[in-house]
Design a protein around this ligand. Structure first.
Ligand SMILES: NC(=O)C1=CN([C@@H]2O[C@H](COP(=O)(O)OP(=O)(O)OC[C@H]3O[C@@H](n4cnc5c(N)ncnc54)[C@H](O)[C@@H]3O)[C@@H](O)[C@H]2O)C=CC1
Ligand SMILES: [Mg+2]
Ligand SMILES: [Mg+2]
Ligand SMILES: [Mg+2]
Ligand SMILES: [Zn+2]
Length: 432
């Protein structure tokens, strides 16, 4: 005897809150449109069942297609609520992706290993870099792996959508290694064997491709896009190799006196050929591969439920990402976060918290990922750097990360630390 719609919604929400599984399923089978109805403060049946620990009701609601990505008026998802009230088994259920894989919302467990480009597959064996005899013997071993770079891109084969690195033996590449323009670097090994090397060559790319026995080989033209298609292990190796090779390509002359330099120590040092040069007296950082620190930050609104994202002109249409900027000399990364956010968006930032970092070999950045809490909210963008910056709500961010249908913006790809920071924020409980 259900007369008004409102009453029925109330009955349904109440049944979910009490854990009355049979009434929940009866109501849903008669009136499927009840599934995502909300009551007081935007709470859905799923949230109420999650709040009170009714596992089977949650399961049943999910099987009826209940939307777990809705947030209530405090910006909490059913997952946030289950987690806060200590119903771990329900939080686990809500955190699963459709393919059964855990942790769709559990960004709070982010570890450095989860950032693309940051997996250390090889032991760098840096102590061996000065052991020339050892390095030379390793170079000739039949199981030694060589990666070939042309124009700072590694040769990859593309069996399907993904790229995988082409691996060469000493026999195949030994002639190329003799060429004067070739730069060879020692990458390390897995418990010493096999050893891995990478080299760059300026020989004709079409000729180089003939050396590979695999099919569909190429030197990708757009590193920002194509280097994101490797598996995590190979991405970590490319991060090291590309940055060091890029450094060699830009430091062929000594920054101190302008004389030519040559590689040493397995390609991890360059020394000046002018025996009078100051760079040969004592230790000088110009002789070693450089890394540029960049802060990248998710700025969180003082209300805790919105974040600040910006877009550069060069971004694909509708993509918004975290603000970022180079650390300047004599600056802490907390200060760099405050300065860059203020410069680019006019927003002022108070507390800054480090989250995780990511090597970004384009050519040699280290992205230092932070959360930053805003203490002002008016946006005034620096149009030279940023086309637009906006506050986005948790619901908009959740829609963009997890739902298909026309979100308010497009998030950066999962391989970027920007994506991981945004996801990490969603995985944290709001307002609790
Ligand atoms: N992995 C990720 O999620 C993301 C990575 N990035 C990387 O971070 C880098 C820095 O971000 P931006 O917003 O461009 O920095 P930014 O806001 O500091 O502005 C870039 C400008 O800073 C100057 N600059 C100062 N030091 C520099 C240096 N060592 N190298 C080059 N330019 C320097 C140049 O004038 C340059 O045009 C980007 O180039 C990009 O490669 C940026 C966003 C996301
Ligand atoms: Mg800037
Ligand atoms: Mg910037
Ligand atoms: Mg800057
Ligand atoms: Zn010099």
């Amino acid at each position: 005897n259900w007369d008004t719609g409102d009453e029925m919604v109330e009955k349904f929400l109440d049944a979910a809150a009490r854990g009355d599984l049979s009434q929940v399923s009866t109501l849903l089978s008669h009136v499927p449109s009840l599934t995502n109805q909300t009551g007081y403060s935007g709470w859905t049946a799923l949230m109420l069942a999650a709040r009170n620990g009714h596992y089977h009701v949650v399961e049943n609601l999910l099987s009826h297609g209940c939307d777990k990505f809705i947030v209530n008026s405090s910006s909490q998802t059913a997952y946030d609520i289950a987690k806060f009230w200590g119903h771990k088994h329900i939080a686990d259920l809500l955190g699963q992706t459709d393919d059964g894989c855990q942790r769709v919302l559990l960004g709070s467990h982010i570890s450095p290993q989860e950032n693309y480009f940051s997996r250390e597959t090889l032991d760098r064996l840096s102590g061996k870099r000065t052991d020339e005899a050892w390095l030379e013997a390793k170079q000739r071993k039949p199981d030694t792996v060589y990666l070939m770079f042309s124009n700072l891109s590694p040769m990859v084969s593309t069996p399907q959508e993904d790229n995988s690195l082409c691996r060469f033996t000493y026999e195949t590449v030994k002639d190329l290694l003799q060429k004067p323009a070739t730069v060879l670097i020692f990458l390390g090994g897995i418990q010493e064997t096999p050893a891995w090397f990478a080299f760059s060559t300026d020989e004709d790319a079409a000729e180089l491709l003939k050396l590979c026995t695999e099919r569909n080989c190429s030197f990708p033209k757009m590193p920002n896009r194509d280097l994101l298609k490797l598996n995590e292990e190979e991405a970590g190796i490319v991060a090291q190799a590309r940055s060091v090779l890029a450094w060699h390509s830009r430091y062929s002359f000594c920054p101190t006196c302008g004389t030519s330099t040559k590689p040493e120590e397995g390609g991890h040092k360059r020394i000046c050929l002018n025996s009078e040069c100051r760079s040969l007296k004592g230790v000088h950082n110009t002789c070693y591969p450089r890394v540029d620190p960049v802060v990248i930050m998710l700025v969180i609104h003082p209300d805790g439920n919105q974040c600040l994202l910006g877009r550069k002109k060069i971004f694909p249409a509708r993509m918004f990402s975290c603000l970022a900027g180079f650390v300047e000399p004599g600056e802490t990364f907390e200060d760099a976060v405050r300065r860059e956010v203020e410069e680019e968006s006019g927003v002022q930032v108070g507390p800054v918290q480090y989250i995780s970092c990511q090597p970004w070999p384009m050519p040699s950045n280290l992205m230092i990922g932070c959360f930053a809490v805003a203490i002002s909210t008016d946006i005034r963008v620096d149009e030279n750097e940023i086309e637009e910056a906006r506050w986005f709500t948790r619901q908009q961010v959740i829609d963009s990360l997890f739902r298909e249908a026309s979100p308010a913006f497009i998030a950066p790809p999962r391989q970027t630390i920007a994506h991981q920071l945004i996801r990490h924020w969603i995985g944290m409980n709001a307002n609790l």
